[in-house]
Design a protein around this ligand. Structure first.
Ligand code: FES
Length: 112
């Protein structure tokens, strides 16, 4: 069974090969946002691949186009599109709302 590790929490989960990265993340205890409902049209579910890129399914057209359009093509993957095939380490983006910041207004954000 492939091992998925999600940073920065360092959550680890073993999942059946072929499990969607979104579902695998949830199994690891990390609920990635999915604003478009998993249709490869937002990037809120994006993760940065830190290790084991070959452990994810190949990019398909919709994911490739969305990542390219967003300037993320390269080391990022959309969790709603990628499947876990081998050991992989990914990092989710920072989530300001976990630090008391209202994502709609920015209220609570530390300014320097
Ligand atoms: S949930 Fe929108 S691209 Fe994955």
């Amino acid at each position: 069974m492939p091992t998925l590790k999600i940073l920065p929490e360092s959550r680890i989960s073993q999942v059946a090969s072929g499990t969607g990265l979104l579902e695998a993340s949830l199994t690891a205890g990390v609920e990635l946002p999915q604003a478009c409902g998993g249709r490869a049209s937002c990037t809120t579910c994006r993760v940065l691949v830190k290790e084991g890129a070959a452990g994810l399914s190949p990019l398909r057209l919709a994911e490739r186009e969305m990542l390219a359009e967003s300037g993320l093509l390269g080391r990022y993957r959309l969790a709603c599109q990628a499947r876990v095939l081998g050991d992989v380490v990914v990092e989710r983006p920072p989530w300001p709302w976990l630090e008391g910041v209202d994502p709609t207004t920015g209220e609570g954000m530390h300014r320097e």
